[in-house]
Design a protein around this ligand. Structure first.
Ligand code: NAD
Ligand code: TDX
Length: 332
């Protein structure tokens, strides 16, 4: 893949993907990013200028998207509004970027016959009961709960339709909750780490029994690269690393790793419609494409992530105050 177009490459997962590709391959990368509040240009610092270019613009801008797709051999589509809490407060940008943006990209992909990998989430399947032994598989029925997950489910459906009706060479992956460096401090794990650094207590929604299936961002991105190289167009792959844990236990681990007492937690307002449990069965990806996670210890990955936030205060400090002000407004 000589030239990759990476949408949303200034965000959390996209920026880690861009670093990985430029470090490990000879490919050139063009990032298209609207540089919303969720983007951080510092996440793209130090990349080789002869193989990397940042274009500021929206995936909803049809002319710009068409021109960039024309330059690319393949497109990896990370760009999205990504935070459930924000989608509950103002769903409009989620419909616009996640649905209209994906449609706009698909039309350009269709015109140019370019390979596409679409990044999606396990949240499209809704949630599982806490005592349900089953996990999400590629045939689980779509049943999204929030405006965010409904918009991602819509985008997946568009990709599937464009693959079937127009023969677009697209793959889709639905991944579980990511953690690791360069994640916005609005998200669960970085919020708690940076709260503790700031002398604040972690904030647990409700009783904290909701379960998420954690995967290190590098394991997600390794899977994306594998699918891009070896996946079958038209197929959907679920990405997960068997990392189920409830929110209370994650905070307990963060407190312990950061040398704080186990009970130093505030319970705050629950998220409306809060999904109970996500769990991914990634056996298709493992069996068909030979992927396996590298980070098998969540504790070690979390320790490294805590170290990253301790060592990169200049990266997250500018966004911390506004993020906490938004949470305070919602009693969270
Ligand atoms: P993020 O919010 O950190 O980054 C999203 C990026 O998209 C930002 O840089 C933002 O500026 C950009 N963007 C937003 N609107 C845009 C537009 N209209 N045009 C161009 N760029 C735009 O999100 P993330 O956590 O890195 O998630 C990336 C993708 O992975 C999303 O599609 C998300 O649904 C999916 N995903 C995330 C997780 C997770 O745990 N974070 C898990 C599974 C799937
Ligand atoms: O302060 C908090 N306290 C808390 O208890 C925050 C910010 C969250 N939570 C809970 C809510 C969830 O049960 O922690 C869990 C994780 O919350 P988020 O980080 O907001 O992630 P989630 O809603 O699970 O969605 C994430 O994973 C799937 C990403 O944000 C999505 O983009 C991805 O699709």
């Amino acid at each position: 893949m000589a030239t990759l177009l990476v949408t949303g490459g200034a965000g959390f997962i996209g920026s880690n993907f861009v670093h990985r590709v430029l470090e490990r391959t000879d490919s050139s990368v063009i990032v298209l990013d609207a540089m919303t509040y969720a983007a951080n240009e510092a996440s793209l610092a130090g990349l080789p200028a002869d193989r990397f270019r940042l274009v500021r613009g929206s995936v909803c801008d049809a002319d710009l998207v068409d021109a960039l797709v024309a330059e690319a051999d393949a497109v990896v589509h990370f760009a999205a509004e990504s935070h459930n809490d924000n989608s509950l407060e103002d769903p409009y940008p989620f419909v616009d970027t996640n649905i209209v943006g994906t449609f706009t990209l698909l039309q350009a992909i269709r015109r140019h016959g370019t390979r596409l990998h679409h990044i999606s989430t396990d949240e499209v399947y809704g949630d599982l009961a806490l005592d349900d032994p089953s996990r999400f598989t590629p045939t689980t029925r779509y049943n999204p709960s929030s405006p965010y997950s409904a918009s991602k489910a819509s985008s997946d459906m568009l990709v599937r339709a464009w693959a079937r009706s127009y023969g677009v060479a697209a793959t889709i992956s639905n991944c579980s909750n990511n953690y690791g460096p360069r994640q916005h401090v609005e998200k669960f794990i970085p919020r708690q780490i940076t709260n503790i650094i700031d002398g604040l207590r972690p904030r647990l929604y409700g009783a904290g029994l909701n379960v998420r299936d954690w995967i290190h961002v590098d394991d997600h991105n390794a899977a994306v690269w594998t699918i891009l190289e070896h996946g079958t167009p038209g197929e959907t792959y679920l990405i997960g690393a068997d990392g189920e844990m409830n929110n209370r236990d994650v905070i307990a681990m963060i407190l312990e790793l950061m040398g704080e007492p186990a009970d130093a937690v505030d319970h705050v307002n629950d998220r409306p419609g809060h999904d109970l449990r996500y769990a991914i069965d990634s056996s298709k990806l493992r069996a068909e494409l030979g992927w396996a996670p590298h980070y098998t210890s969540f504790r070690d990955g979390l320790r490294a992530t805590i170290d990253w936030y301790r060592g990169h205060e200049e990266w997250w400090r500018p966004m911390k105050r506004a993020t906490e002000a938004g949470y305070a407004r919602r009693g969270q």
